[in-house]
Design a protein around this ligand. Structure first.
Ligand SMILES: Cc1cc2nc3c(=O)[nH]c(=O)nc-3n(C[C@H](O)[C@H](O)[C@H](O)COP(=O)(O)O)c2cc1C
Length: 142
């Protein structure tokens, strides 16, 4: 078991348009490249002009990542929703997953954009990723 493994969840307000496809791709490309190297896993969703991100990794690596993320002018008003020591990763398959929040119920949408705890946000993003995988396994988008 890895010591000092943590999961951190935050929400922020986007300063770039979520219609800016290449701008968003740039964030994901850098994240996937760096996170693979730094053994960080997680998910980043983009509901309604916000970012909601879960990051998992060694505490030192997560601290370094959050220093860069806090200094990034592509978003503001970063609110930490939770940070805790964990025994195992939930997003170990993804160096930075991109869950699509469109299918969420209004209630779940409010939890991730407004009033959810870190644990609630984590559960919703993980559920979205496992649903997406089902669709992939089934071989068709429905
Ligand atoms: C919402 C948001 C989430 C980000 N998540 C990550 C991340 O998971 N990993 C990462 O390395 N950079 C992430 N970044 C980008 C960092 O702020 C920073 O630009 C990047 O790490 C610099 O890497 P580079 O020197 O390789 O370009 C994120 C940026 C934003 C706006």
């Amino acid at each position: 078991m890895q010591k000092n493994l943590i999961r951190l969840v935050y929400r922020s307000d986007s300063c770039i348009s979520h219609d800016d496809v290449s701008g968003l791709d740039a964030i994901f490309n850098a994240s996937i490249r760096n996170n693979k190297r730094n053994r960080i896993s997680g998910a980043l969703a983009l509901p309604d002009g916000k970012f909601v991100q879960v990051v998992e990794g060694d505490r030192g690596e997560v601290d370094l990542l959050m220093k860069r993320v806090r200094a990034d002018s592509r978003h503001e008003n970063i609110t930490i929703l939770g940070e805790r020591l964990i025994q195992a990763r939930l997003f170990k398959k993804w160096s930075m997953a991109r869950p699509d929040p469109t299918p969420l119920s209004q209630q779940s949408f409010r939890i991730i954009t407004e009033n959810g705890s870190g644990a609630q946000v984590t559960a919703i993003l993980l559920d979205l990723m496992s649903r997406a995988e089902h669709r992939f396994v089934a071989g068709q988008i429905y």
